[in-house]
Design a binder for this molecule. Sequence first.
Ligand SMILES: Cc1cc2nc3c(=O)[nH]c(=O)nc-3n(C[C@H](O)[C@H](O)[C@H](O)COP(=O)(O)O)c2cc1C
Length: 299
Amino acid sequence: MPDAMTAPVSDGFDQMARDAVYRAMFTRRDVRSHFLPAPLDDEVLARLLLAAHHAPSVGFMQPWNFIVIRDAARREKVRDLFLAAREQELPEIEEERQALYRKLKLEGICESALNICITCDRQRSKGSPLGRWHNPEMDLYSTVCAVQNFWLAARAEGVGVGWVSIIEAQALKSLLSIPDHVTPIAYLCVGRVSEFAPKPDLETHGWGRRLPLPELIMSETFCGQGEASLKSAVARLNAVDTVQATACPADQRVAPAVPQREPPKEESALSLSSLNFDDASASLMSQAGSGTWPAMVLK
Ligand SMILES: Cc1cc2nc3c(=O)[nH]c(=O)nc-3n(C[C@H](O)[C@H](O)[C@H](O)COP(=O)(O)O)c2cc1C
């Protein structure tokens, strides 16, 4: 047991490596429209799968499997499932948003190089449910961690990933011969892309905006106010998102009216200014400035 005087391990990444990790996170996109017909090299796909396989999992359960789907006819059938599910989902959408919903491109099943279905075997830790006795759903969350590892590694490799959830799970299970005790978690379209969009597609098309992170932080309990200093720090880092969200509150769909200011002088802990953001984000970053905007966000 380390005593109070033990120095923390200084095993953090160097600045370039840190920037690369954050860059993967901040520039990752859900890709639907920009897939290229180019094939995806097995060496690259192997690295993505290895990254997924190194995700954390409850009780080290590793409940995942990766079904690689290349066959065009099978993918057509998955796309049919998507189209049917979309029709079923449509009436559940607010009426005034249904026209927009119809226009959104929400999958790239046939255009991408290949599809991968990441599944969760709910019986893999049968008999020794370490960490799942009270919360059996932890295996599902573990599998989502694998999906995220895959997605981030893909971004770093310049490979696009799009998650399609608008599919009826039982129909997908039949189509892919997935046994009863295995749950499909993520149906992913994967492949080389012509671009990674600067913003989420759903933001570009006016469906939603990123929420201001400071408003999502609670102190001690779910109702807890406070942590003003932390929220200010977050707001400084979160300039892009918070400025956009503040300019476009509840009702959204208005171009952000961001005041022109000097770029921030202060270097953030994440060294955001050194990250190679896309042009749109970079321009918002510099417009956001450091002046009074955190107060504006936290008001
Ligand atoms: C669990 C999950 C399910 C999703 N399902 C779909 C989907 O069916 N179709 C789609 O186009 N995008 C889907 N997405 C992508 C989200 O729309 C996307 O992550 C979000 O709009 C933010 O965009 P970004 O991922 O590019 O940052 C899904 C994402 C997650 C995490």
